[in-house]
Design a protein around this ligand. Structure first.
Ligand SMILES: *[C@@H]1O[C@H](CO)[C@@H](O)[C@H](O)[C@H]1NC(C)=O
Ligand SMILES: *[C@@H]1O[C@H](CO)[C@@H](O)[C@H](O)[C@H]1NC(C)=O
Ligand SMILES: *[C@@H]1O[C@H](CO)[C@@H](O)[C@H](O)[C@H]1NC(C)=O
Ligand SMILES: *[C@@H]1O[C@H](CO)[C@@H](O)[C@H](O)[C@H]1NC(C)=O
Length: 293
């Protein structure tokens, strides 16, 4: 009972981020079960634990395509969204009306509320991605709407980031918020820049932005600052340079940059499945391999 009470107690943002970083290291060291076990006790009460937990289940579902895994991932994403919503700033009816009339006011959110926004955007993006895998027309439309919701929250977070005072940027947890904005804005720009020009113009009309250079620059910033989501920014760039440019035949993947991005992780987690995967891919693209018979 004492243990349960300790677990149920609310933890602050900084502690949550520390615990999730430890869990991430387990994950990168192939200790997937430990990683999940570290997140599970707080996944109903801490937004970062909830997001981490559902991200791992989503990755599992994306690798196996097993309907059971997909259901489990969807359930945990829905739970995570509920947890994140609880931490968001509540906007009253009058405020909503004022926002409607005068446009978005310069609302001030607490640090925790800002993190709740970014976590919500992330969960919505993941949920939309999983919905796309459903491969039905309804899934496609629902996924598209989810993506749009997610993108709008990221834009909102970016606007907030741009007007923050220096004092607020000094907070120790802030680097993780900034990293989340970079990861989201960067991924969306990069992803949309892959659409054909005509489709892209339509998407831009709908309020999206698909600027490849801007996307890469944001992801670079997210990957190089030391935050919880650096690895996600790094992996997105590696996927782009090592797979997407190859599939599209544009051939402008920058292998030098990839090696630089991967190096710190490969040194720290030499046996990590993800690192071995990308190291192997770089070697293949460089033609630096020998067949073992
Ligand atoms: C979290 O909530 C779900 C259902 O809402 C429940 O089944 C589960 O036991 C809870 N987990 C913890 C660790 O409280
Ligand atoms: C907007 O910010 C300014 C100063 O930063 C403040 O004086 C003003 O009251 C704020 N407006 C709202 C609606 O919060
Ligand atoms: C590839 O990346 C490296 C390091 O980031 C950079 O110095 C170089 O200019 C890039 N090359 C191209 C063709 O963009
Ligand atoms: C080729 O791979 C080997 C290890 O398999 C490595 O030592 C060597 O540096 C690589 N060469 C280049 C040009 O990357």
């Amino acid at each position: 009972p004492l243990e349960a009470k300790r677990v149920a107690a609310k933890i602050d943002l900084e502690t949550a981020l520390e615990e999730c970083t430890v869990s991430l290291y387990h994950f990168l060291n192939n200790r997937f079960a430990d990683s999940l076990a570290a997140l599970k006790p707080r996944k109903n009460t801490s937004m970062y634990h909830a997001v981490g937990y559902s991200s791992i289940l989503l990755m599992q579902a994306a690798m196996t395509f097993d309907p059971k895994d997909m259901d489990a991932a969807m359930t945990s994403l829905k739970d995570a969204l509920h947890v994140c919503q609880r931490f968001r700033k509540k906007t009253g009816l009058m405020e909503s009306l004022a926002n409607f009339w005068y446009g978005q006011q310069n609302e001030t959110l607490t640090e925790e509320e800002m993190h709740a926004e970014i976590c919500c955007a992330e969960v919505l993006m993941q949920k939309a991605a999983l919905t796309f895998l459903d491969e039905s027309i309804i899934g496609f439309i629902k996924g598209g709407m989810g993506m749009r919701n997610s993108y709008q929250i990221y834009k909102y977070c970016q606007d907030m980031e741009n007007v923050l005072t220096d004092e607020e940027k000094q907070k120790r947890t802030h680097v993780h918020f900034r990293g989340g904005v970079s990861m989201g804005i960067g991924s969306f720009n990069l992803m949309l820049s892959l659409f054909p020009a005509r489709v892209l113009r339509l998407m831009e009309f709908l309020g999206f932005s698909g600027n490849r250079e801007l996307g890469l620059a944001e992801l670079r910033a997210g990957a190089s600052s030391n935050n919880l989501r650096s690895i996600l920014s790094t992996m997105t760039m590696l996927m782009f340079h090592l797979y997407i440019t190859v599939i599209l035949g544009t051939g402008d993947g920058n292998l030098t940059e990839c090696e630089g991005l991967l190096k710190p992780y490969a040194e720290r987690f030499p046996n990590g499945a993800l690192m071995l995967f990308f190291t192997g891919r770089i070697a293949v693209l460089k033609g630096n391999f020998t067949f073992v018979s």
